[in-house]
Structures are given as C-alpha cells and as structure tokens.
Design a protein around this ligand. Structure first.
Ligand code: HPA
Length: 278
C-alpha cells in the first residue's frame, strides 16, 4: 500500500538524502539489472557500492540470484546509478515498495532509466536467448504503484502512457544492435505478478491480447519513472519459449542459464545506449 502523503514524501526524501550523503547526486542515468543479468555492473567504474540494507526504506531483495546493492560510478564515462537486484511483487512487497528506489533515483536527479529483465517469449518468431527491446507494455499485475494519494511534485495524478518507452533511446538501441550485428527483436512486454510461470491457456491468452513476452517485473518501475518524467528504455532476454502447443517444463536454472548466455549481447547494447547519453 502507498502510505499517506506525508509518509510517502518522507520515505522518499529519507532514502534520497541518505544516498546523496554517500554517493552525491551526479548520476543522470539509472539502471535496473534483471534476474541473472548483473554483468553490466562489472563494466561500471564503481565509486561506491551501497547495500540496500543501508538505505532507509529500501526493501531487501529475497531472490538469491539478485545481489541487492546500489552501485554509483561511471559507465563508458557517464555517471550512473545501478541497482544490482530489484524487487518484485511476488516477494510480498507492495508496488509502492518495489518502486521506492526509482523515486529515490528521480529525486537525486536521474533523467533516464534503463531496465533489463528475463522474460518468456510468446511470439513464435522469438527464440531462447533473443534480446527484445520493449516498445510498449501491458500491466496485468492487478497492482499499480500510483494508487493512493498523488504527490504533485513528483508527477500528475493521471500520467500519460501513450509512449512510455523513449523513441530516441530506442533508436539508439536499434542503431547499436545493427552496428554490432546483434539480433534485436522489438515487442510488447506483459507484466504478471508470478511467481509461478504460466499455464498453456495463460500463454495463449497473453499472446492473443497482444504481448510478445511475459515477465514479472519492469512495469511498476516504468510507471513510476514516467510519473517522474524519466525517459525509459527496457530490454528483455527471452529465457524460455512459451508456445502453448509445444510447451516444455522450465526451471529457474534454465532461465538463469539462458540469461547468462545472452548477457554479453545485452551488456554491449546497454553500454552503447548509456554512452550515447554522455
Ligand atoms: N513467464 C513469466 N515470467 C518469466 C518467464 C515466463 O515464462 N520466463 C522468465 N520470466
């Protein structure tokens, strides 16, 4: 639940103040690294690494594959703040808690948010290991981080969602992929709450309503980032093929293995987009 308006403001201010005193407020680009996709962090010239436990109001990531720390430093010469480990609704956090880090980053002056995630591919042309640039999303989580009182300094009561994923950033990503010879799919991400994967009937339904991939994250963060007016870009790694008539069982190990294999391509593309922001 979103707390009352004074508590909401205070929580974000407290997190942002604590971060500012440790890492300053030079960062212009925020990065959220998805499940099994933490390697971009190795390319960051890290000045300061802050465990989430030391940031007031930050939840603690309960997923083992996530590290749970905020890195401040430079990536290809650009000041970034990177979340290594993110929060999910399926861990029991509210949409407010999941997105508090985004509000803190926005308060510190971050202007663009780059996100990666692991997702199931439902478009029959997608293959395990493919990268997908998100062109749009569908929120089927039954939750929304903006429910509750609106803090007008952060953004409007009814934020526009006609183009959540920034056209210019997408163009940069596409150009980088062409340049490097990396196949980059483009499509729609549908967010579900999880934690179970979908049934065949659910994959068939999600495909029919217009989604190309399905995952359990990203949409709350993008909604809040757009509330603050941040430019957003999101990449999915297709970690499993979700074709209802040929569905195979999938384990978290399979998901992590596919994420690990695709990670070098993703790291290059995200690095290129960040460099273009310098
Ligand atoms: N469904 C939902 N989330 C996912 C999947 C999936 O098939 N694969 C990776 N994350």
């Amino acid at each position: 639940m979103t707390p009352d308006i004074d508590t909401a403001r205070a929580q974000v201010t407290e997190a942002a103040d604590a971060l500012r005193s440790r890492i300053g407020d030079a960062a212009r680009v925020g990065i959220i690294l998805g499940t099994g996709l933490g390697a971009l962090a190795d390319e960051i010239d890290v000045r300061e690494s802050v465990p989430y436990g030391e940031i007031p109001g930050f939840p603690l990531s309960t997923v083992e594959s996530h590290h749970g720390r905020l890195l401040a430093g430079t990536l290809r010469g650009v000041e970034v703040l990177a979340m290594q480990g993110r929060f999910h609704l399926y861990e029991g956090y509210s949409a407010w808690e999941v997105t508090l880090p985004v509000r803190a980053m926005a308060t510190l002056g971050v202007e663009a948010l780059l996100i990666s995630n692991a997702a199931g591919g439902m478009n029959p042309l997608y293959r395990r290991g493919d990268l997908m640039l998100t062109t749009d999303h569908i929120n089927l989580q039954g939750a929304n981080p903006l429910i509750g009182p609106n803090v007008d300094e952060w953004g409007p009561r009814f934020p526009d969602m006609s183009a959540p994923y920034d056209r210019a950033l997408r163009d940069q990503a596409e150009a980088a992929a062409l340049d490097r010879g990396i196949r980059l799919q483009q499509g729609v991400y549908v967010a579900v709450v999880g934690p179970n994967l979908e049934t065949r009937a659910e994959y068939r339904f999600l495909r029919m309503i217009g989604a190309d991939v399905v995952g359990m994250s990203t949409v709350p963060e993008v909604i809040v980032a757009r509330h603050h007016g941040l430019r957003c870009l999101a990449f999915s790694v297709v970690t499993d093929e979700c074709f209802p008539d040929a569905l195979e069982p999938v384990s978290i190990e399979d998901v992590l293995a596919a994420a690990g294999e695709a990670e070098p391509k993703l790291t290059m593309l995200m690095g290129d987009v960040v460099a273009s922001l310098g």
